[in-house]
Design a protein around this ligand. Structure first.
Ligand SMILES: [Zn+2]
Length: 52
């Protein structure tokens, strides 16, 4: 479905759903868009969505 490619962390874009995520690697909580987000702190893709 939606892909954010190599981008990570918060990308401001109107009309896009933002969700809160938590990094499984470092525990960082952050806002992200889509399902393929990366942790802004350690860049891990091992994150979980807290909104679902
Ligand atoms: Zn992390």
């Amino acid at each position: 479905m939606c892909s954010v490619g190599d981008s990570f962390g918060v990308e401001l874009s109107s009309g896009t759903d933002m969700h809160e995520y938590e990094c499984n690697a470092c525990g960082k909580k952050f806002k992200g868009i889509g399902t393929n987000v990366r942790c802004p702190k350690c860049h891990s893709k091992d994150v979980k969505c807290l909104d679902e």
